[in-house]
Design a protein around this ligand. Structure first.
Ligand SMILES: *[C@@H]1O[C@H](CO)[C@@H](O)[C@H](O)[C@H]1NC(C)=O
Ligand SMILES: *[C@@H]1O[C@H](CO)[C@@H](O)[C@H](O)[C@H]1NC(C)=O
Ligand SMILES: *[C@@H]1O[C@H](CO)[C@@H](O)[C@H](O)[C@H]1NC(C)=O
Ligand SMILES: *[C@@H]1O[C@H](CO)[C@@H](O)[C@H](O)[C@H]1NC(C)=O
Ligand SMILES: *[C@@H]1O[C@H](CO)[C@@H](O)[C@H](O)[C@H]1NC(C)=O
Length: 491
């Protein structure tokens, strides 16, 4: 198929303004035909979701200005110290030895930690907002932004979130765990959006990122930057029939988890997700990482820089040579996943002395069902099926070796044979892949269309960032390491 420039922009215009999704989420209608609300505060948003005591009735909620989940009913933004008088994050940090390896077991420190533990559920209650069934939430202007909020599409159905900027919330009571990984790790809660045991969900034309409060690269603590974010868009607990389209994901570490536990066998036959026409810029891993689900990933543009401050995309093989560090990768194949990738453009740029690991495009955590049609890595069409197979075989080998040492039995998947026989999306829905990598590469300039007119500033940022050296990121490289290990189940 050949596309002229004109055809391409037409296609993009159509994609960005689509009124119904392609793929597993195709039956989603949201609040179509329902009551309309125009909201400008957190309280108004929560009231609109309640829909005058009929929370499941259809409703369209227009977001007209930035809305902050830390805001109280009087419009005041609550700090950690206000949520829990006496708590101070700095005091918590000061309660570790200078290298972060040990907790100072003083009465004062134990009191601070108690306050931290008290604060967590208070913040959760403040910032988590349940999205009721039959709802469309839509941004109306450049200011339409949801921040410091954890959007919970939980035990719900038929939800559309579109045309919005969504900034990942910061965990004000995050934990430093010196024993997590070889150098310790930050554990933070709260996904920006979580789809939990819900069906028919469409996330479209949004800008999802860490936003203004990204990883703070000015403050190194215990050899790492402080990471206060969890997932950006997680799809878990038997969630089903989800489409993620025309979004730009940027500057985030643990981006999109589909299925959060190997042991959650109730996810079998669920977690069906279609991901198309999205852009992933400097998102370090889980794009997505799948367990159990049938996931179709097509026409997405991926861009990762080796030394992006706060979000470096370095891979284990080429940098750490360390089994305890987790890899950076685009698509993760978890247990019993079934993933078809088509005409995606994967790009990894930066220091040429640090080439990507062989499994940067597709990394197996025990998943063995994968096929790719037509994708490219840095402009080359490679044998991604072979790479997935090699990654799976390596995972089986390392898992069995570990289990032999620990006297554990091997999970069933270690006996499986890799296959390229994925599910066939066309048996479930109509779709058309654009068979042009030029089209996919151009998405960076287009998605979401309304928020990124300024292409040149993006190119300029990239050039400036590539000045950084290996030393600059040496200690922060494992920021992602909490959980990708398959022994850490709930991530
Ligand atoms: C959409 O709805 C139709 C009609 O109810 C149903 O047959 C089909 O299975 C649904 N498709 C998906 C992908 O949910
Ligand atoms: C959503 O709306 C549809 C159509 O009005 C209705 O049949 C359904 O019960 C609603 N969902 C819930 C959970 O109430
Ligand atoms: C989406 O947002 C843009 C501005 O950010 C606005 O111009 C446009 O009308 C919005 N789209 C819809 C369908 O409301
Ligand atoms: C999903 O929610 C329903 C109620 O809406 C509940 O019965 C079911 O147990 C939940 N399933 C999971 C896996 O959480
Ligand atoms: C793409 O993959 C599907 C599913 O594996 C397969 O049926 C189809 O023939 C492939 N198409 C091309 C053009 O390779």
């Amino acid at each position: 198929m050949k596309f002229s420039k004109l055809n391409l922009s037409l296609l993009l215009a159509v994609a960005a303004n689509a009124t119904s999704p392609i793929g597993w989420g195709k039956n989603t209608t949201g609040g179509e035909g329902g009551v309309e609300y125009h909201v400008n505060s957190y309280k108004e948003l929560k009231d609109a979701l309640n829909n005058n005591g009929n929370p499941s009735g259809p409703k369209i909620i227009y977001i007209e200005s930035p809305i902050n989940g830390a805001e109280d009913d009087n419009g005041h933004i609550l700090s950690a110290e206000e949520l829990v008088p006496g708590f101070s994050f700095q005091k918590y940090l000061d309660c570790f030895t200078e290298d972060g390896s040990e907790w100072l077991n003083t009465d004062e420190c134990n009191k601070i930690n108690e306050l931290r533990l008290q604060g967590a559920p208070i913040q959760a209650a403040q910032i988590m907002v349940r999205i009721t069934p039959n709802t469309t939430i839509i941004g109306t202007g450049d200011d339409s932004r949801l921040e410091e909020m954890s959007i919970q599409i939980k035990e719900s159905e038929n939800v559309i979130i579109k045309n919005l900027s969504v900034e990942a919330p910061n965990d004000l009571f995050a934990e430093w765990d010196p024993t997590d990984g070889i150098h310790g790790s930050w554990n933070a809660e709260y996904d920006a959006i979580v789809v939990h045991n819900s069906t028919n969900v469409w996330i479209d034309n949004c800008y999802l990122s860490d936003g203004a409060k990204g990883v703070d690269t000015t403050q190194f603590v215990f050899g790492k930057y402080i990471e206060l974010h969890d997932g950006l868009l997680d799809i878990v607990n038997s969630a089903d029939y989800v489409t993620v389209s025309n979004n730009r994901f940027e500057n985030h570490q643990k981006t999109s988890l589909i299925g959060n536990s190997d042991g959650r066998t109730t996810d079998r036959d669920h977690l069906k997700v279609t991901i198309y026409n999205n852009v992933f810029v400097n998102c370090n891993e889980r794009l997505p990482r799948v367990r159990y689900g049938k996931v179709h990933v097509f026409n997405n543009y991926y861009y990762a820089e080796t030394f992006k401050p706060g979000y470096p995309s370095l891979t284990v093989d080429n940098y750490y040579h360390d089994d305890n560090a987790n890899p950076q990768y685009f698509i993760g194949l978890g247990v019993y996943s079934d993933v078809l990738s088509e005409y995606n453009s994967f790009n990894y740029v930066g220091n040429e002395e640090i080439p990507a690991a062989d499994d940067i495009v597709v990394y197996s955590y025990g998943g063995y069902t994968f096929h790719d049609n037509g994708s490219e890595y840095n402009g080359k069409n490679l044998d991604f099926d072979k790479m997935a197979e090699e990654s799976f075989k390596l995972k089986v080998k390392t898992k069995m070796a570990q289990n032999a040492i620990n006297g554990k039995s091997n999970p069933a998947w270690t006996d499986a044979t890799f296959t390229t026989e994925t599910f066939e999306p066309s048996e479930y829905y109509d779709y058309e892949v654009v068979k042009s990598i030029d089209y996919v590469n151009d998405l960076i300039n287009k998605v979401p269309t309304w928020m990124f007119n300024d292409v040149e500033s993006f190119i300029k940022d990239v050039d400036e960032d590539s000045e950084l050296s290996v030393e600059d990121v040496d200690a922060e490289i494992e920021n992602n390491e909490d959980s990708a290990d398959d022994s850490a189940e709930e991530n």
